[in-house]
Design a protein around this ligand. Structure first.
Ligand SMILES: Nc1ncnc2c1ncn2[C@@H]1O[C@H](COP(=O)(O)OP(=O)(O)OP(=O)(O)O)[C@@H](O)[C@H]1O
Length: 243
């Protein structure tokens, strides 16, 4: 296996708080890697730096064999690294279908000038079917339920045919049926070769879906390994019980 993403020495301070502290880890190609840790251990801050939403104070990053000196969300998206957010970021005033078309790289001008080609419209329609969102295609995204919005955001990031998808708490606040749906879609895309890095608090889901599991505490990894090994690691137990 080879690393698709490598971060080394990643650091971010907010005033007196070191949210991410000289943090190094890698995500191997073809894995569903989990990034877990107690509340406030730095998971989202790490995601934000890796995806270019937050400037790191220190550290380096490589993605798909290239150094990324200044991570930029749009450039990374185009080069195959995309992400979701804890609170799904979609365009609430666009329809479900339009959200998918925009996510595939169309400018708003193209969208509203109806310059979207038939094949790209077909790709959006396929995604709608795959995610069983076709019945909702013409609804405003704002009118979707919380779980449906998360599903739409996930479908939208897949429109760019990513190599690596970072999911930030994909199942937080969604019902058990939707958790199963999310899991199914992750497995299906993984089987097609997409690599995942997932921040998730649902440990049952992490244990059955992810391998390896990276555990952060105080902004740096304290354990990395197979789910069962990590689960019984005394350092990990301490970090969670002490949290
Ligand atoms: N914008 C910010 N300004 C100040 N402090 C911040 C900011 N963002 C995060 N922090 C602090 O950095 C630390 C790490 O936060 P972060 O959200 O990355 O943790 P997390 O592991 O994602 O937590 P959770 O599981 O609760 O989402 C926390 O102490 C948090 O309070």
């Amino acid at each position: 296996m080879s690393a698709l993403l490598e971060v080394a020495g990643l650091t971010k301070r907010f005033g007196g708080v070191t949210a991410v502290d000289n943090c190094s880890f890698s995500v191997e190609k073809g894995t569903i890697t989990a990034l877990i840790g107690p509340n406030g251990s730095g998971k989202t801050t790490a995601f934000n730096m890796i995806t270019g939403y937050l400037k790191a104070d220190a550290g380096t990053m490589r993605f798909n064999g290239h150094d990324v000196a200044k991570p930029n969300p749009a450039k990374l998206y185009r080069s195959g690294l995309s992400r979701t957010f804890q609170q799904a970021r979609i365009f609430p005033e666009l329809s479900v279908r339009e959200n998918l078309v925009v996510a595939s790289g169309f400018s708003w001008g193209d969208l509203f000038g109806m310059r979207v080609s038939k094949s790209d419209r077909a790709a959006a329609n396929e995604m709608l079917e795959e995610f069983r969102l076709d019945a909702l295609a013409d609804l405003r995204a704002a009118d979707l339920s919380y779980g449906q919005r998360k599903l739409l955001e996930f479908a939208a990031v897949l429109m760019s045919s990513p190599k690596l998808v970072l999911l930030d708490e994909p199942t937080a606040g969604v019902n058990p049926v939707m958790i199963d749906t999310m899991e199914r879609h992750v497995r299906a895309r993984h089987a097609e070769g997409v690599t995942f890095l997932i921040v998730e608090h649902d440990m049952q889901l992490v244990m059955r879906l992810c391998d390896p599991v990276i555990v952060l505490d105080n902004g740096a990894p304290i354990a990395t390994g197979k789910p069962a090994d990590v689960q019984s690691n005394p350092l990990v137990l301490d970090a969670y019980l002490g949290a």
